[in-house]
Design a protein around this ligand. Structure first.
Ligand code: FES
Length: 70
């Protein structure tokens, strides 16, 4: 199964972003830190925002893990 390529600059696909969300990423800036998606031209940022928002809406808060960047 193929995954939609979200960030062309850094070759980050939707699967990688969802994986970061499952590990506890909670915002677009978390996704940027974990995957580098959205850290170059920034054109993919609205798509990343949408993926993060849909994930947060669908996943109950108590099932979301918190990520500690130290
Ligand atoms: S397409 Fe994602 S930073 Fe350029």
């Amino acid at each position: 199964m193929t995954s939609r390529l979200v960030c062309l600059c850094n070759l980050v696909d939707e699967k990688e972003i969802l994986s970061a969300l499952k590990k506890g990423a909670n915002s677009t800036s978390d996704i940027q830190r974990l995957t580098r998606a959205g850290t170059s031209c920034g054109k993919c940022l609205p798509v990343i925002d949408e993926i993060v928002n849909v994930y947060k809406k669908e996943k109950p808060k108590d099932q979301q893990t918190e990520l500690d960047f130290g």
